[in-house]
Design a binder for this molecule. Structure first.
Ligand code: PXP
Length: 260
């Protein structure tokens, strides 16, 4: 299973002080050495972590394919078309959110989305849509003519955290609830079942399937079992572990988890 390493959180640390270090560019060779298959970066409209110069340098200098996540705003698509990463993943963005909290609205008429996809494809950039795991979103993505979809695993990760850690604060798609372990176990099983079924459906329809958000060394195990998911994009948990074990080891450890 392929691993896209999202290095945004290296820039988060740098931006916390507005200094030069750590520079996400320095991570490229480490990611490659550790066996990452792809570098993933998110250029947010508010530039809270990655800056334009980061995106430009990373795309120009990476020897691994770069997956640029961005919103469908015209100005972001202009940048993506100009930088020409190998893939663009279109994501929803709200300025006030802590992280990307849900999938893209793909159902119904989405002229802005259609326009963004066409512009990117004209530049021979693969397009992926970050969607919630629903059959409506899969079908809509297929109709939009993209090569990839990426399922938002935030809900799965959140249920997992409520079940196996003392996490009480949530910022994903399910509200804070006082649920019994029996109920949470059932919810986790249902969410995994849903991801498995939809990945299979999507693959049969000819879409390539990625997944990501909130995945870590513990909760990734059951996701790896879903054979029709080709790739995971993982960021926060890898960069968090790298504080203690180093980036190379954190990637090596995650990559080992992805062996089927
Ligand atoms: N995939 C997409 C489309 C994302 O937006 C993000 C978060 O930026 C990730 C994967 C990685 O999520 P995390 O940092 O929680 O591993």
């Amino acid at each position: 299973m392929y691993l896209g390493v999202n290095i945004d959180h290296i820039a988060v640390l740098r931006e916390a002080r507005k200094v030069a270090d750590p520079d996400p560019l320095d991570a490229l060779s480490i990611c490659k050495r550790a066996g990452a298959d792809q570098i993933t970066i998110h250029l947010r409209e508010d530039r809270r972590h990655m800056q334009d110069s980061d995106a430009k340098n990373i795309i120009a200098l990476s020897s691994l394919p770069v997956n640029l996540e961005c919103a469908t705003e015209e100005s972001m698509i202009d940048i993506a078309c100009d930088l020409r990463p190998h893939r663009v993943t279109l994501v929803p963005e709200k300025r006030e959110e802590v992280t990307t909290e849900g999938g893209l609205a793909v159902v119904g008429k989405q002229p802005k989305l259609t326009d963004a996809i066409q512009r990117l494809q004209k530049k021979e950039i693969e397009v992926s849509l970050f969607i919630d795991p629903s059959i409506e979103a899969v079908n809509a993505s297929l109709n939009l003519g993209v090569e990839w979809i990426e399922f938002h695993t935030g809900k799965y990760a959140n249920i997992y955290a409520m079940l196996y850690t003392n996490l009480s604060k949530t910022h994903h798609s399910i509200p804070e609830l006082d649920l019994s372990r029996t109920v949470l176990k059932k919810m986790l099983k249902d969410e995994l079942c849903n991801l498995r079924q939809l990945s299979c459906d999507a693959m049969e329809l000819g879409l390539r399937v990625a997944a990501g958000h909130g995945l870590n060394m513990q909760n990734v195990t059951d996701i790896v079992e879903i054979e029709t998911i080709e790739e995971l994009n993982i960021g926060q948990s890898i960069v968090a572990r790298s504080v203690y074990v180093g980036l190379e080891q954190a990637i090596l450890d995650m990559k080992a988890k992805l062996i089927r």
